[in-house]
Design a protein around this ligand. Structure first.
Ligand code: OAD
Length: 245
């Protein structure tokens, strides 16, 4: 693995246009639970049954209780060396884009700026009536919260199953996927579309795909380098270590 890590590191240094796609596994070592796999459940419920417009329509209070639980938990989490390594490599590259499926905001906290929050942000709150959206980091005393302007239900500003990726996020990501020579895919199970197809589209164009994950995923076969291990250890090894803050 050592020599592969060095070769992958060389590909990163040589890349002129680099895209990084991250998922919940990158924040796992910060203490944020992943969606699938051990530790993903909440009150014995599969998060997938909560992250839908239907679940919200049927029981907004329960869905908000889950989000409030996650917001409380994430508020106490800090970026890990994986987030830091991604923020550092961005500063070395002219053409760079981080596409994250994570809604926790940890990439931004680590210093990433050229990033697209593909599934929105857990700190964004949107009115289901007037559409007003704002960032609210504090707890809501009453759940489900209501819009101070129009009284309609507020919802988390995230993308749920069956909903569209925000057009600007999709456009920026597809443009990058069409031109990057390197895609690093880290900590995602690669089962949720459209991000699950990113690796195939870059590999098909002859670009280099590097994968970092604890386990094999559907995109492992498309990757030139596929590393099994923790993102917090492998990303600094591939991308170079960030200076201590
Ligand atoms: P998942 O929970 O599906 O997958 C997490 C992945 O991270 C798994 O493949 C794990 O093997 C891997 N993993 C866990 N810990 C790791 C570590 N320390 N280092 C490296 N890899 C690790 O999360 P996502 O792929 O992000 O969407 O899920 C995609 C989307 O499904 C989420 O954005 C969310 C969810 O439903 C919506 O809510 C729309």
């Amino acid at each position: 693995m050592e020599s592969d890590l060095r070769a992958a590191g060389r590909s990163v240094r040589e890349s002129r246009s680099m895209c990084v796609l991250t998922g919940a596994g990158v924040s796992a070592e910060s203490g944020v639970p992943t969606f699938r796999g051990p530790g993903g459940m909440w009150r014995n419920r599969d998060p997938m049954s909560l992250a839908t417009p239907e679940a919200f329509a049927a029981d907004p209070k329960t869905v908000w209780e889950w989000y409030q639980w996650r917001r409380d938990l994430i508020r106490k989490c800090a970026p890990n060396p994986g987030h830091a390594a991604i923020a550092r490599i961005e500063r070395e590259k002219g053409d760079f884009l981080l596409v994250t499926q994570n809604v926790d905001g940890l990439h931004r906290l680590a210093g990433s700026r050229k990033l697209v929050e593909f599934h929105g942000s857990i700190w964004a709150v949107r009115c289901t009536g007037c559409g007003r959206e704002e960032e609210i980091r504090s707890d809501f005393p009453l759940l489900p919260p209501r819009c101070p302007s129009c009284g309609a239900l507020l919802r988390p500003g995230v993308v749920w199953f069956g909903e569209q990726i925000p057009p600007s996020a999709l456009e920026a990501s597809l443009a990058m996927l069409g031109r990057c020579d390197l895609l690093l895919v880290a900590g995602t199970s690669s089962v949720v579309q459209p991000s699950a197809s990113f690796a195939f589209s870059v590999a098909q164009r002859g670009g280099t795909v590097i994968e970092v994950n604890l386990e094999e995923t559907p995109v492992s076969g498309a990757a030139r380098f596929s590393f099994r291990g923790k993102a917090g250890e492998l990303l600094p090894a591939i991308l170079g270590r960030a200076d201590p803050p």
